[in-house]
Design a binder for this molecule. Structure first.
Ligand code: F6P
Length: 536
């Protein structure tokens, strides 16, 4: 990161802290047009962030001086930018049709992308048309998609986002190793009409393998061992590991290690969704992402949607030390967006060292949290409005929704728009006093109640308005966040594509699991030992 650009940003943020966002609009008539744009069916508005024009300019300069252009080029052309794992990062190749990029990446990548797509298209088509059925000849009605993390969150979000009201084939997702999740997913299903797909990049993930074996037992119980095989499929970047689980080689769909888990929804990881929604829907999703890729690659940084979102985050997190960000989709179909972004952003950028091992100079990813609006308004918005902590928000809404009546949709939209305004303008003591007086309170009661009603306001928010939730706009939205995360990682000087922190818990969990059956418990602290003893 350029230290001069960072210092300039911090200095400006210090100055900006004395101004109110609402006044910035008065002082700068071009603020809205400068800080908002329409792209790929999304209207992105960062004008309610707390930066002044200079703060905005300094944040953009930080990105311009970060080496992002070169890093972007390296990513697109297949260089090994995930240095700690020695891998290229090529999820964009899954949706890119640019011939020159394909040439630079090499024919093997293009071949891998094409053959994986062809295999998925044929398999999905055959299931949808009834050419491939279950062992008893019944068509598949339900898919049990078993995977966790990147092998779950993306496909789940896409399915919830785009599934028709009465899908021909339903998908039930199972991630947790808590057996209740699988039990609930299998409840009421006929094994003869159920396809179980295990999705795991590594095919070593404890939760996924345990769930898969349990689901396979359920099939065997219902159909017998041989017949059950016709109800199993797998998606993995380690196809050699799937045979040991009784999955026929022609039911194994691959992707390569250059697709990171949290960037993998564009790959065969979405097989269940492709079967349920149709290959054409998947292609439209890719198309929307491709349009956002083009925008990210070509738009100047000050007019580049992923950069605008990333710049707002860096301004809040690094220049103002604001440790969290709330993501509130006012879209029931995108209710899992915060969960998806938690993995995308926190697993990618929640780091403390550079790729060469030095401690980083700044804080990195904030805590990302959220829930769907308006539900969140009735849960944790109170704290966001009145606490002294500043929690920047991202408010996401869909303008046109054919599933909603005009009346309900207007009510929903009025809430999201009003919240952005309320966080910015707040409620002054004068207004609160006037309200108390209007209620007939005497002076003593007014003095007591009015301060409690004050909302300080000046809380920053970004609004993303999606014209309509379609495969294209959803693809563009998800690619927007992918590129935002990548751009932030470059500015903060870290590798967004590894996740060493997750490994420690996995290793210790294996030790604890061993201890449950071992004659003597291993060496732990007294609290951990007591917990193990209780379970034993
Ligand atoms: O929790 C770490 C992680 O490796 C994620 O990065 C990944 O998405 C998830 O586990 C699942 O991994 P796999 O797809 O290999 O089962």
């Amino acid at each position: 990161m350029s230290t001069t650009a960072l210092e300039a940003l911090k200095t400006q943020a210090f100055v900006d802290a004395n101004a109110r966002i609402v006044d910035q609009f008065r002082n700068d008539p071009d603020r809205l047009s400068r800080m908002s744009l329409d792209v790929c069916g999304l209207y992105v508005d960062v004008s309610k962030q707390s930066w002044s024009k200079s703060g905005f300019d300094r944040a953009i300069e930080l990105f311009e001086q970060s080496g992002l252009v070169e890093a972007r080029e390296k990513m697109w052309t297949g260089k090994e930018i995930n240095v700690s794992e020695g891998r290229a990062v090529l999820h964009v190749a899954l949706r890119d049709s640019d011939a020159e990029n394909a040439r630079l990446r090499g024919p093997e990548i293009t071949h891998d992308v094409r053959s994986a797509r062809d295999a998925m298209r044929d398999y999905a088509g055959a299931i949808r048309s009834g050419t491939i059925t279950g062992a008893t000849g019944k068509p598949f009605k339900t898919i049990i998609h078993i995977g966790i993390g990147g092998s779950d969150l993306g496909p789940r979000l896409v399915f919830q986002g785009l599934a028709p009201l009465n899908p021909q084939i339903d998908v039930r997702f199972v991630a947790n190793v808590d057996g209740s999740e699988l039990a609930l997913a299998l409840a009421g299903l006929d094994p003869a009409e159920t396809l179980v797909i295990a999705v795991s990049k590594t095919f070593t993930t404890q939760e996924t393998l345990a769930n898969f074996l349990a689901a396979r037992d359920w099939l065997i119980k219902g159909l017998g061992e041989d017949a059950a095989k016709k109800h199993l499929a797998a998606v993995s970047a380690a196809p050699d590991k799937t045979g040991a689980y009784g999955i026929a080689p022609d039911r194994v769909f691959g992707f390569k290690d250059w697709v990171g888990g949290r960037y993998s929804l564009w790959s065969a990881v979405s097989l269940s969704v492709i079967i349920a929604l149709g290959f054409d829907v998947y292609e439209r999703l890719l198309d929307g992402a491709r349009q956002m890729d083009q925008h990210f690659l070509t738009a100047p940084f000050a007019r580049n949607a992923p950069i605008l979102l990333a710049a707002a985050q860096v301004y809040n997190r690094i220049a103002h030390d604001r440790p969290s960000r709330a993501v509130i989709p006012y879209v029931h179909r995108l209710r899992r967006l915060a969960a998806f972004l938690q993995q995308l952003e926190m697993e990618s950028n929640g780091k403390r060292t550079s790729p060469t091992g030095e401690l980083l100079a700044t804080k990195t990813c904030p805590v990302v949290f959220g829930d769907e609006g308006t539900n969140a308004q009735h849960a944790f918005f109170q704290m966001l409005h009145q606490s002294e902590d500043v929690v920047p928000l991202e408010l996401i809404a869909v303008q046109k929704n054919a599933e909603a009546s005009d009346d309900m949709q207007k009510k929903l939209l009025s809430n999201v728009i009003a919240q952005g305004e309320a966080f910015m303008v707040g409620k002054s003591l004068e207004t609160s006093i006037a309200e108390c007086k209007a209620l007939g309170f005497d002076d003593a009661r007014t003095a007591q109640i009015a301060p409690q009603k004050v909302c300080p306001g000046n809380k920053p928010s970004t609004t993303v308005l999606i014209s309509e939730l379609t495969p294209e706009t959803l693809g563009a939205l998800l690619a927007l966040y992918e590129h935002k995360t990548f751009a932030e990682g470059i500015v903060m000087g870290l590798n967004s594509f590894d996740q060493w922190g997750v490994e420690l818990g996995k290793t210790l969990a294996s030790g604890v699991l061993r201890d449950f059956t071992a004659a003597t418990v291993g060496d732990h602290d007294p609290s951990t030992t007591a917990l193990i003893d209780r379970v034993k």
